[in-house]
Ligand binder design. Structure first.
Ligand SMILES: [Zn+2]
Length: 290
């Protein structure tokens, strides 16, 4: 791959990520509006609570969008790029999610019992929610893998948990309708569990990348396989790497089959290009050779 093609690919990926994160903002805006409206019309506290949860999702998806826009900038002050802004934004989103969980627990578990006014309004809203979240999370997950984007993957996981949450709210709504308020409370506890779980997953991943945890085994093995197929490498002393945003940074310590410094330098460049070509999200390879 030529370097101009490479930068075109990067531009394309960036535009895609920006577009998808904006779709997420739209989906969350839509879901919070219909859930809160449907919850008020039907008199379902669980549905209103889920609407509040979608509002916090809206805040989180807005910050992901902003994060993606900022992470593409490079400046004199940040010569290594701002890739990690994407992970930082994921970190902030996780706190927004924890807060939403807390709010719902407070309102529904310790609030007053409410009377169901319109079962059909609640069912229509939940039907739309189930369908939207199921289809959107599948589509977004696939795009996240194509684009190697941690924030989009986290978002698709979250939308999937929103799908399960809607199913649980459905059970709660039916419980309330048939006169079993305890079913509604249990449904809300399950909703809260899902909320905290997704928040914790996002938090864990963000902290790992922010603290420069090692590249995953799969990537390290793939790099090793590429190096082992190269006959000009005498021995591989070490392979290390880290993530930043959607990208991977690799460091190699190699012994090369040459005594010429000039030749070794050219080889190092070729090895870097080879790795970048086979692994599109490797941004940089630093090679020490002897
Ligand atoms: Zn959510």
């Amino acid at each position: 791959m030529q370097s101009s093609e490479k930068s075109q690919l990067k531009e394309f990926n960036f535009a895609q990520k920006k577009k998808i994160s904006l779709y997420s903002v739209g989906v969350n805006l839509f879901l919070s509006l219909i859930k809160i409206a449907g919850g008020l019309i039907s008199g379902s506290a669980a549905l209103v609570a889920d609407g509040v949860h979608s509002l916090s999702d809206l805040a989180a998806s807005l910050s992901v969008y902003v994060g993606i826009v900022i992470s593409n900038k490079k400046s004199e002050l940040f010569p290594q790029g701002l890739y990690k802004v994407e992970n930082l934004v994921a970190l902030v989103s996780s706190f927004a999610i924890f807060f939403a969980g807390y709010e719902i627990a407070k309102d529904v578990l310790f609030g007053e019992l409410t009377q169901m006014k319109s079962l059909s309004a609640a069912l229509i809203v939940l039907g739309i929610t189930v369908l939207t979240t199921y289809l959107y999370s599948r589509w977004e997950r696939q795009k996240a893998i194509e684009l190697n984007s941690p924030s989009l993957l986290a978002d698709s996981e979250h939308v999937k948990s929103d799908f399960y949450t809607a199913l649980v709210v459905l059970v709660g709504v039916l419980g309330q309708y048939f006169g079993y308020p305890i079913v509604e409370k249990i449904a809300v506890v399950v909703v809260i569990y899902f909320i905290f779980h997704s928040g914790f997953e996002i938090l864990k991943e963000a902290i790992k990348v922010l603290l420069d945890a090692s590249l995953d085994h799969e990537s390290l093995d793939k790099i090793r396989a590429i190096l082992e197929a190269e006959p000009r490498i005498r021995s591989i002393n070490s392979i290390t790497g880290r993530n930043a945003g959607s990208f991977k940074f690799v460091q190699l310590d190699l012994a090369l089959n040459t005594d010429s410094l000039k030749e070794a330098h050219a080889m190092a460049h070729e090895i870097e290009d080879e790795i970048k070509e086979q692994m599109p999200f490797v941004e940089k390879v630093v090679i020490h050779y002897q």
